[in-house]
Design a protein around this ligand. Structure first.
Ligand code: 3HC
Ligand code: NAI
Length: 699
């Protein structure tokens, strides 16, 4: 097999080129090839400067993540970076695309760096439950200071080439062609006779305003407050601290020990699962990869309420032109004002420029007449969750939209096939289930109807990517994957409250597990009415012996719909979004409690909602509503605040052991009855000694 690293000579310049598609990851052959090529350049007396660059769309995007957890193979990355830095001829890294993780660490080990203006540089290892383990925690603070290193390594977000230049990480930003920029910079080094400049030999700069120790302490406090329970961020800080007090060789040893601790952590396993699960979600089983997608440049959004405005803003942020249709001029004005207000808040927070705000708003045109939608490529309906309302909209779209236009519904639970049947082109109908707020949340459930064509499905997935969302294909059923599973989770949380646990205790237990918010705060945020309508349909088809709580219905009956009405499970006085406990709820509960206040075991407070989620997930998998268990994980990680370090409900179940999960579900079945009928797939997997991950591999 030929090496993925090639060495060529251009006069006195050695050109080392990495060519390892798709992202030039640092697998063993690349590591070995780099060492060999640098050593050959060092040994060649004609060579005065060594240039490292990459083929394809990106510089090296990091270690090969697939190698983690497997027996390590020499040469190790940390030895490669050390060797590169130690070579005696000046070396230049030429960055385009992304220089991430081990890729940036290789660049930091080179003596000089230049980057194309649209390149991104980052150390995102923390997102995989790791820390930069090839000298990044030691070299970056020496080059850019502790504050920048803490931001990049603990935050994990890449920075632009311009920011990298401002912070002393790159020497020059260039535009245009890679090789000519590389040769021009190499020529300067040659002319000036510049030698190596080793980052590892420099001291860590002390910032004038705050000393390094206090920067580290402040970050530690911040992490403990905002990322409780996460393993790697604190170790990232400890490794950066080592750079401030130890010489390079000892700092690297400390970094290596901390890296190994992270590598062994179950959180690393879960976060790497998340990385690959997100990418797998984009692959649709049985879809011909050659299927043609439909061009989407102009989009109509029908309904300018909470969701419609969020969707319009999301589309505009991706540069798409939007026609927002409302019932009348007054409602349209309210919707457009809401769009302006939302972006205005971002401008005030400093996350959006005035100019970007103006550009986005200019892309959104308000209309009240369907005739304006004749030429759109895609129409997304976001009107009331009512089948008659959907029918009126889809009949109108069918009348006016051009042939080939994609007709989408943002329904959160209604039958997409019924909606498609309101048109004469069900093959063009697809579900695009955005999550609230649609301009912020990354999850997009793409609902594949019985007749949705492959080209419409592929176009919907492509749109998701363009909107920077994680799109996951789901089948048709009440609530699709996310809301249907969440309904089981919420059912158990409510029953626990009706059995005597307080709303705050249940929410607290699930937050302690790691959920971004408890189930009741989530219900209040999304609006109880949406859940009530799903609950009512569920009630109509309830199996023998199954029971549903009625607390949520009672709250809706007295007009408590959650945050939007100022009260739900909690109170939200004066438009506040912070839940406040409501003592009156206790009285309502006394009335509702079907049994005396039970002494509820603390483990049940989180275990019952979560195991109900897993059991329903297994049913959904068996019915083919989700393509794979990892897709379910992606939905809960990106749409429902499931803790990333636990990898999603199905991954979490695998880690617990499906036999243990089933045993517990059987116990609940004996105790609480038919709600807890174990999912047949779960029973089958346990009988065969298999996991959800193994099931995914088979399919
Ligand atoms: N290792 C192995 N495979 C990788 C990879 C990596 N580091 N990065 C990406 N890939 C694979 C993906 O799984 C995907 O494979 P598939 O086509 O079979 O699904 C393919 O490359 C393309 O990836 P994306 O779909 O993500 O492509 P994009 O163009 O959207 O994004 C990217 C490209 C920005 C480079 C993105 O892939 C990314 O962020 N990659 C991960 C970067 C990272 O985390 N690096 C740090 C690794 S840890 C490390 O370096 C440890 C060191 O400090 C010791
Ligand atoms: P909403 O009540 O805030 O807004 C609905 C808007 O549609 C109103 O502004 C109304 O004037 C307009 N409208 C009604 N009939 C119309 C018609 N025939 N033509 C044009 N406009 C019309 O509702 P919301 O919350 O935005 O929900 C919309 C859809 O999105 C529903 O199907 C809902 O299930 C779904 N959804 C809601 C989520 C949420 O969290 N609110 C999350 C995901 C999906």
């Amino acid at each position: 097999m030929s090496s993925p690293v090639h060495l060529a000579r251009e006069g006195a310049v050695a050109l080392i080129r990495v060519d390892n598609p798709p992202v030039n990851a640092l697998g063993q052959p690349v590591r070995a090839g780099l060492l060999e090529a640098f050593a050959a350049a060092e040994a060649d007396a004609q060579i005065k400067v060594v240039v490292l660059l990459c083929a394809g769309t990106t510089f090296i995007a990091g270690a090969d993540i697939r190698e983690f957890g497997k027996p390590p193979q020499a040469p190790f990355l940390v030895d490669v970076t050390q060797a590169i830095e130690n070579f005696n001829k000046p070396s230049l890294a030429v960055i385009h695309g992304s220089a991430l993780g081990g890729g940036l660490e290789i660049a930091l080990a080179c003596h000089y760096r230049i980057a194309r203006r649209n390149a991104r540089l980052g150390l995102p290892e923390v997102n995989l439950g790791l820390l930069p383990g090839a000298g990044g925690t030691q070299r970056l603070p020496r080059l850019a200071g502790v504050a920048v290193a803490l931001d990049m390594i603990v935050g994990g977000e890449p920075i632009t080439a311009d920011e990298a230049e401002r912070n002393g990480i790159v020497d020059q930003v260039f535009e245009g062609e890679l090789l000519s920029a590389a040769l021009a910079f190499a020529e300067q080094l040659l002319v000036r006779g510049t030698g190596p400049r080793r980052t590892g030999e420099a001291d860590v700069p002390v910032v004038a305003t705050a000393n390094n120790a206090s920067l580290l302490e402040t970050k530690r406090d911040e992490v403990q407050r905002s990322l409780p329970g996460l393993f790697s961020p604190l170790r990232c800080i400890a490794a950066i601290e080592a750079a401030t007090v130890l010489p390079l060789a000892e700092g690297l040893k400390r970094e290596g020990m901390l890296f190994q601790e992270c590598l062994q952590s179950p959180q690393r396993l879960a976060l790497v699962h998340k990385f690959f699960a997100e990418r797998k979600a984009g692959k649709i089983k049985g879809l011909d990869s050659a299927v043609e997608t439909r061009p989407v440049a102009s989009v109509a959004v029908i309904g300018g309420g909470t969701m419609g405005v969020g969707i319009a803003l999301s589309l505009a942020s991706a540069g798409l032109s939007v026609k927002l249709l409302e019932l009348d001029a007054d409602r349209l004005a309210t919707a457009l004002q809401r769009a302006t207000d939302t972006l205005g808040k971002s401008v005030r927070r400093g996350s959006l420029s005035e100019q970007a705000m103006r550009q986005r708003l200019a892309l959104i045109e308000g209309v009240t007449d369907y005739a304006a939608l004749a030429e759109v490529d895609l129409a997304i309906e976001a009107v009331f969750e009512d089948i008659a309302a959907k029918q009126a909209v889809f009949e109108a779209l069918d009348r006016v939209c051009k042939p080939g236009a994609i007709l989408a519904s943002n329904t959160s639970s209604l039958d997409l096939d019924r909606i498609a049947a309101f048109t004469r082109r069900p093959q063009d109908v697809v579900g695009l289930h955005f999550f609230s707020p649609a301009n912020v949340m990354r999850l997009l459930e793409v609902v594949r109807g019985a007749q949705t064509s492959d080209s419409v499905l592929a176009s919907a997935m492509q749109l998701g990517k363009r909107l920077k969302k994680i799109a996951v294909v789901v089948g048709v059923c009440d609530g699709f994957v996310g809301n249907r599973m969440a309904l089981s989770y919420v059912r158990e949380a409510e029953l626990l409250v009706q059995e005597g646990a307080s709303v705050q205790r249940v929410d607290g237990a699930l937050r302690e597990f790691g959920m971004a918010m408890g189930p009741f705060a989530m219900l209040d945020m999304s609006g109880l009415d949406i859940w009530q309508s799903m609950r009512q349909r569920q009630r109509a088809t309830l199996g023998a012996g199954q029971r549903l709580p009625n607390l949520l219905d009672r709250l809706c009956a007295v007009g408590r719909f959650g945050q939007k009405s100022g009260a739900g499970f909690y109170l939200y006085p004066d438009g506040s979004r912070t839940p406040q406990p409501d003592l009156e709820l206790v009285e309502l509960l006394d009335e509702l409690s079907s049994c005396p206040q039970l002494d509820i075991d603390p483990q049940s407070l989180w275990q019952r909602p979560l195991y109900a989620l897993i059991n329903e997930g297994a049913r959904i998998l068996e019915e083919g509503i989700a393509q794979r268990a990892s897709d379910i994980d992606v939905i809960f990680l990106t749409g429902y605040g499931f803790p990333a370090q636990r990898g999603g409900p199905m991954f979490y179940a695998d880690q617990l052991g499906l036999d243990k999960v089933l045993q517990c579900i059987r116990g609940y079945h004996r105790c609480f009855g038919a709600n807890w009928q174990p999912a047949p797939l779960l029973e089958r997997l346990v009988a065969e000694g298999k996991t959800f991950a193994e099931l995914d591999q088979q399919g």
